[in-house]
Design a protein around this ligand. Structure first.
Ligand code: ZN
Length: 330
């Protein structure tokens, strides 16, 4: 598996001398390198951010990511109303992967990653002051217990929330409903809305913008067509069973993608419009696909200058890198 960043400005993300790269070659699967987790992605993004900060500090960068679960993961213990119980609970916690004394993940006998409970944090009142989600240890009836949605809401002024259901059936609240159930009210609270993914937090700390593609539409990521070009090239190489040969062929195939082709991939994505999705009759499709796509295109659009300058280097102010995707295993 290969994970990399590609830009229509520079091609694959690397330092000008080519010695520093954010590319990761990963032998995915049990018995190999394991699975590419959110922690692996953050490590790779850190490498990418370091290259940008060192070699391209004067440009405004945008990272475009597929809308995948591993990309959207929030920090351990981050605020989430998803599973909160309505009433106080001594067993409600957030969970994180357990790390052993050796610094590696701890696995159970059946091969599952061991999780450990931690308290959920990050709630804030409307004035910005922190709200504890757990009762203090000297609480008379529920020492140390999770407060439950009704108590959390009551402290925020929703004093009749105990009359509401925990959530509407399957949490499919009526369109536009904002105070139909406890969970919906919390979902709409500003501090719950403001929680970012770990990926966004890391990128924003380096002043790099993040855009997620519409869910299930990774084909809108220009890097997909770059993978396609490299795969075609890869198939032309002689067959081999030696891992070193295969890895060298993968790297060679990726490096063979011409910058001109990368730019053509970006131009192709930029030309997709609302009409492609026939969203005229569906506000849902428009808001879930067309609007996010338009936002991505807004960042890609300056690249259309290349068309008028024979794909030469155009004047650009933003530099989107489209990441991360699998190339397939060598
Ligand atoms: Zn509801």
């Amino acid at each position: 598996m290969v994970a990399d960043f590609v830009s229509a400005d520079y091609g694959w993300l690397r330092s000008p001398d080519g010695n520093e790269t954010a590319r990761v070659l990963f032998r995915a699967g049990k018995g190999w390198d394991g699975y590419f987790t959110n922690a692996d992605i953050l490590k790779q993004v850190w490498a990418a951010l370091s290259i940008l900060a060192k070699h391209y500090p004067c440009e405004d960068h945008v990272f475009i990511f597929d809308n995948a679960t591993t990309h959207q993961k929030r920090a351990d213990g981050a605020l989430s109303a998803r599973n909160m119980p309505k009433y106080p609970s001594k067993s409600f916690y957030a969970y994180r992967n357990k790390i052993g004394n050796d610094g590696y993940l701890v696995y159970s006998a059946d091969g599952q990653i061991v999780k450990e409970p931690i308290q959920m944090t990050g709630a804030k009142f409307s004035n910005g002051s922190p709200q504890d989600l757990y009762f203090p240890m000297d609480h008379p009836s529920n020492p140390g217990a999770f407060k439950g949605m009704t108590n959390i809401l009551a402290e925020r002024g929703y004093t009749d929330s105990s009359l509401l259901r925990a959530q509407c059936d399957s949490f499919k609240c009526a369109a536009g409903a904002a105070s139909c159930c406890c969970r919906r009210i919390l979902f709409n609270e500003p501090d719950f809305v403001a929680i970012k993914s770990s990926l966004e937090t890391l990128c924003h700390s380096h002043s790099v913008h993040v855009l997620f593609l519409p869910k299930f539409h990774c084909e809108l990521n220009p890097i997909e067509q770059c993978w396609g070009y490299a795969k075609r090239k890869y198939r032309e190489y002689p067959r081999s069973s030696k891992e070193s040969d295969l890895e060298r062929n993968v790297v060679s195939a990726l490096d063979s993608v011409p910058l001109r082709s990368i730019r053509q991939c970006v131009v192709a994505i930029s030309s997709i419009t609302c009409c492609t999705w026939r969203c005229g009759n569906s506000q849902e499709i428009h808001s879930q696909i067309c609007q996010p796509l338009t936002e991505v295109q807004r960042c890609l659009f300056p690249r259309l200058e290349w068309e008028t300058s024979s794909m030469g280097r155009g004047k650009v102010s933003r530099s989107p890198y489209a990441s991360i995707n699998t190339f397939g295993r060598a």
